[in-house]
Design a binder for this molecule. Structure first.
Ligand SMILES: [Zn+2]
Length: 306
């Protein structure tokens, strides 16, 4: 029998699971939507149903499932496979996700946060293929990130390395989801751009509309984006000076914006905050996996597990 792996991407209420072969090629994909009220219990049940169903699918395809990787939407104690909490759903606090899954399915399970999973996914299958030093920044509702240095994911002692979204870029800036002030996430995430648009334009807008207005030349929208780009450049430049990456990869919904509104101005702005020798040859590119980033990250987690 050929070896296969299962990846599971646990978002807030969206769960995706896939059976893949050893090259990371997906042979079967499942998606389930759960309700927030169902809490961790409902989420865990949904995960188990999908993994069970993919195990059965593996048998019919002549694949033997050797490992399971789970990318989780919230901080995770990587060593012990315990979820600290979910950013979206109550009840996940200190949930021993790895041991619960290993107990039920009898295969080794790796659990990590979705930012680390996304970083591994882009590194193995996307814009970071073959690059030993890269910074991944996911700009969506919040901002997450991950670091590959010397060909290895940097975790830190509590698996919290790469949290670029919570770098302070403006000490007295807007309040962040983490409770502090002026984090990158509170200035340059999709929700922050939407919030600024709503305040300064005097009507409810989402970040997508701020980008559209900037494209049409609206001075307020252009100003909001200029501030977001400046904050991104400040944080990315500081991170780049610390570990000298070859590539900065931007993923998430906001990074889908037209290049000339985000990535190009960011490249230009980075000069200001990055040591010239670090800036030289530094590539700033869009992530390649798009909508599949989460699930490919979970598969990558399973594949690199020892
Ligand atoms: Zn924060």
């Amino acid at each position: 029998m050929k070896a296969g792996v299962i990846g599971v991407d646990v978002g807030g209420t969206k769960m995706t699971a896939a059976l893949a072969n050893r090259d990371g090629k997906i042979v079967k994909l499942l998606r389930i939507q759960t309700k927030r009220e169902e809490g961790a219990e409902g989420g865990f049940k949904a995960i188990c149903e999908m993994v069970k169903s993919l195990h059965e699918e593996a048998k019919t395809q002549g694949l033997s499932v050797e490992k399971v990787g789970v990318g989780f939407g919230g901080p995770v104690d990587f060593e012990r496979g315990i979820v600290y909490l979910s950013h979206h759903v109550p009840g996940w606090e200190n949930f021993p996700l790895r041991s619960e899954l290993e107990h039920r399915f009898g295969v080794p399970v790796t659990v990590d946060n979705d930012a680390n999973a996304g970083t591994l996914g882009e590194w193995m299958f996307g814009a970071g293929k073959g690059v030993n030093d890269l910074l991944y920044v996911n700009i969506g509702t919040g901002i997450g990130g991950g670091i590959i240095s010397d060909g290895k994911l940097v975790r830190g002692w509590r698996n919290l390395a790469g949290e670029i979204g919570h770098m302070t870029v403006k000490p007295d800036g807007p309040v962040c989801t983490c409770g502090r002030k002026g984090c990158l996430e509170a200035i340059a995430s999709g929700s922050a751009i939407g919030r600024e648009g709503t305040e300064r334009l005097g009507r409810l807008v989402r970040s997508e509309e701020v980008f559209q207005l900037a494209e049409q030349g609206d001075p307020i929208a252009k100003q909001i984006l200029a501030e977001a780009v400046d904050a991104l450049a400040f944080a990315i430049g500081a991170a780049a000076n610390l570990f000298n990456p070859k590539k900065v990869i931007l993923g998430g919904g906001v990074a889908e914006a037209p290049e000339h509104l985000l990535i190009e101005p960011l490249r230009e702005r980075l000069v200001r905050y990055t040591l010239p020798q670090v800036y030289e040859g530094l590539e700033v590119v869009r992530a390649q996996l798009g909508y599949d980033a989460g699930i490919m990250g979970a598969i990558a987690l399973a594949l690199i597990a020892e």
